[in-house]
Structure formats: structure tokens, C-alpha cells
Design a protein around this ligand. Sequence first.
Ligand code: NAP
Length: 558
Amino acid sequence: MDMVSSEAGKSAGVKEFDVVVVGAGFAGLAALHYLREKMGYKTRVIEAGSQAGGTWYWNRYPGARCDVESLQYSLAISPEVEQEWNWSERFATQDEILRYTQFAVDRLDLARDIDFNTRVASAIHNDQDDSWAVTTEQGEVYRCRWLIMAAGPLSTPNIPDFPGLDTFKGEFYHTGMWPKEPVSFAGKRVVQIGTGSSGVQIAQEISKDAAQHYVLQRTAHHIIPAGNRPLNPGEQEEIKRRYPELRDFWQTLIGATFYQSLPSDPPLVPGDKSIFDVTAEERKKIFDGAWAYGGYAFQRAFPDALKTKEASTLAGDYIASKIRETVKDPATAEKLISTQYFGTKRVILDTNYYSIFNQDNVELVDVKGDPIDRITETGVRLKSGREIEADMIVCATGFDAMTGSLTRMEIRGRDGLLLKDAWADGPKSYLGIMINGFPGMFVIGGPQSCSALANVITANEQQVDWICKAITWLDDNGYTSIEPTIEAENAWVNRCNELADATIYTKGDSWYLGSNIPGKPRRFLLYVAGYPGYKAETEEVAAKGYEGFVLDKARELS
Ligand code: NAP
């Protein structure tokens, strides 16, 4: 086994830290700030990009925009950053979020403890002294007592294995690895593959300039209006004045985010009546109000909309009626109507996507009915034999979600166990934070956490808080190792599966289930019972002296 011994760990060139954090997205930045400022720990963040920002660094494709309200999608860790930064729109663009991230990095002086342009190749546990050796692709070795993986739930792009892809002579891009240099669609024949959140956003930019834009759709997703707008006068100031109170309030909500900025706003949707306890007219009125307001108000208009197939179908039918109103060609409209249950795939926020199909230069191509056969030198060939000539192919084909950013590294835990092997039948964790067989390694935004189903920054900060308190407690009590028992891990995974099975989430195909990646075991990857439940359950474990974990202080740190 390739293991860095404690003696080797002290050899020349090995950098020594209390904590190494992998990834400088919001999770990694929050962890660094906490570990450094509140705990005084020697911490190093390793980041593959040339700048902090994580998902907002890599997904710089035209049209990229957040689907959580900007005044809520921000770090709570620093009152200075919170008060000094000004947002311009209700839903921020990728560019604005990246500028905000850089502002936070500068304001909190974080960059001095981040190694940029550095990708981790492996992380190997040393069973003798409970340390981790993290080796970069450049061959540098970092040794630490505690390791935090903050590599992101949606950061390993999925480029499907299309035959002939390497023969294509035109331009090729994936939305999750978009170049920094400008890309022009003007006058080009552009094939877009994929119509999820990324595809829906970039489609509107491509369709503005392309000579011909082919949108290759395998599955129609559900899209509801964002209702984006410039922030109203006084709105930002009021939120800033009330941030402590509002952030506490948002934390009590299932997604740790609110579809109305202020609790004092008049309620647009009751949000507490069963979808079946109202008449058809009342239901339409409530949906109309939520639709007009925008954001996830529509998804939250009825508490049971994501619980049963019958309830989900009513929401889906409403969206179908809106598509038929918008798209002039009836055949195209029918193709755009999702046959999935509402909510099984991530519901997409957007405003003008459906109307691009009224443009002469845009064609919706159904690649479920007529699948992609191969990529050729000049475009895409479908199974029917149809050849689509293209100057550019844009893959908006998503990510190997929740697990890909971890399994693509060589992570070896106790007795040399490889994480990829431990997860061969599907990922398992305890609390979505730690993994049996991998002592001292914490994960932020990992499988069986609630991260991607909530305001992910709030979810990240809660996990950072939990992890940092755990590390403080372990060090204060002289423990050098913490690892969940297999029983606790199995119980948590079973509980997450049971929670998911009681909802609509498991009744379709999505990256939530890993079913977007050929060969990936079909397992629900998230804790669905909501942010407040997740927070309460994880905090209860800590309050009980880290119940379900094996704590070790037998071996002395060398
Ligand atoms: P995605 O939701 O997984 O969508 C990928 C798309 O590519 C799907 O339409 C998928 O079709 C299609 N696809 C994949 N493989 C294909 C193949 N071999 N042939 C044809 N089509 C194929 O990925 P995403 O759009 O990048 O979004 C991922 C997640 O990132 C979102 O759900 C969201 O959580 C986050 N995100 C958020 C925002 C935002 O905040 N506004 C923006 C972008 C992304 P199938 O559906 O048939 O699999």
C-alpha cells in the first residue's frame, strides 16, 4: 500500500497542517474562515481552479444564473461581507456570484491559505498515527490531522461516451468546463445536447445568435418562471438590517430558503393546504399566484405536491397548460411537456426558454425517440440516419453528482480501503458527513446530506459548523480519530432511503438517483426530510457525545 509513514511525513518538502480542505467553493471558504479565525488552526485549502468559487468558477457558460434568491444565497459567516456587498438582481448571474466570492476572499484575507491551480490526486490515511497524506497531481504532499473534502456535489462533468466524439472537427464544449475566453455562437450551426438547468439557460443565449440551433432533448424537464428582476428600492437595505432575524427564520424552512424575501410580505400562497383540499378553481388561483410571483413558490404552493404521483400530476398538468399557451407549434409543445412526475428531476427556474421554440432558427430534436447514434466529423448522426451538420457541439449533459468529485481521486482509508471500492454498490455515509473505513475524513455536500435539496450555502455552513465543533471537541478530549460504525452508517443510509421512498423523488430518473450516469448504482443520494430535520438530527448526534462514532485516542501523534 502506498502510505506516507509518520517519519516520511516529516521528510523534506512535506507540508504539515492541522487541517487540509479540498476545494475553495463556498464550503471550503467557510471552513477556512472558521478553522482559522475561530479555532486558530493551521489550515490549507487546495483548489484546482485559478480562483475561488467552485461551481461558479467552472460553470461560466453564457446564461448561467443561480436559482436561489441572491439575498439568501450568500455566506452568513461574516457580517462585514454580508453588509458591504450589494446584489443587483433577485437571482444573480454566475459573473456576479464569482465577483461576490472574490470580494469575500479579499475581505476575509482567505487567499493566503489557498493553493490555486492545484488538483488533488490522492488522499491516503496513515493507520499508525491517524494522519492523512494528500498528494497533488504536481507531486506535492500535504500532511494533516483532519481532512475536509469540500470538492462539490456537482463538479465532475459528465461527457457521455458518444462514439466518434473525438473525430468531431468543430468546436466542442461542456457547460461545466466552460472556457474563460469568449465563445461566439454568431452565424454558427450549434447542436446542444441536454435540457436540464444548464441546458435551459444556455439555450437562450445560443438561440440569440446561432444561424441554426438544434436542441437535442432526451427527457423534457419541468420549468417554472424565476420572475427575475432588479431588486426593488429599499428591499436590500431592509434585508440587511434584519439579516440575523431573517437568517434564523429561513433556517426553519424545509429548503432553508424562502420564496418571498420578507416574512412580512403578503402571503401569495398558503403553502399549508393539501392540493386535494381545494377546489379546481382555488388550485388554479393558487398556482396562478405562485407562477406570477416566480421562484420556487410554485413548487412550495402545496405541501404534498412532491409526495404522491396524483398530487405531482396536478402540478405537471398546470405547467403543460402554460407550455401549450406559449409554444406555437403544437407538436413541439407536446414534446416539451414532461412525462416525468413533477419534482422527480430538479425543477428548473427560468423565464423565456419555451418561447425560443417559436424562433425559425431553433429546432427541438427528440433524441429519446431517435437517439444519438454517433458523432461524426461534421456533426451528429441519429439512429434514424438523420445527419445534423454542426459547427459547434455544446454538451449540457450534467455531472457525476454527489460522488464523482470524491471517487475520481484515489482516496484510501483504513487498511488501504479505496473509497471507490467501498462505494461500489452505491455511496454510504453517516449523517452525510463521515464514512465507515475513512477515519478523520469529513465530507461537505456529500451523499446522504441535504445539501443540494436546500439553499446549498446554508447547508454548507451548517456542516462546516458541525465539523469544526467536532474537531474542537476531539482535540480538546485528546482523540486522534473519529469514524462512524458500520451499524450507524447502515441505519442512516436506510433512513435516507426510507424518507426518499415516501416521496416522488424516487419515482423517476435523475442525478438525485445516479441514473444519469451509465453503470452508476441506482441509489437516492440525498436526505429529503429538509434542512431543519437534517440540522436537528446531526446536532443531536453531537450532543450525545458523537453517538454512532468510534473515537480513538490509543495512538499517540508522532
Ligand atoms: P442535468 O440536470 O443532469 O441535465 C443533463 C441533461 O443532459 C439532461 O437533459 C439529460 O437527459 C441530458 N443527457 C445526459 N446524457 C445524455 C445523453 N447521453 N444523450 C442525450 N442527453 C443526455 O444537468 P445540469 O443541467 O447541468 O444540472 C445539474 C444540476 O446542477 C441541476 O439539477 C441543479 O441542481 C444544478 N444547476 C443549477 C443551476 C441554477 O442554479 N440555476 C444551473 C445549472 C445547474 P435526461 O434527463 O434524459 O437524463
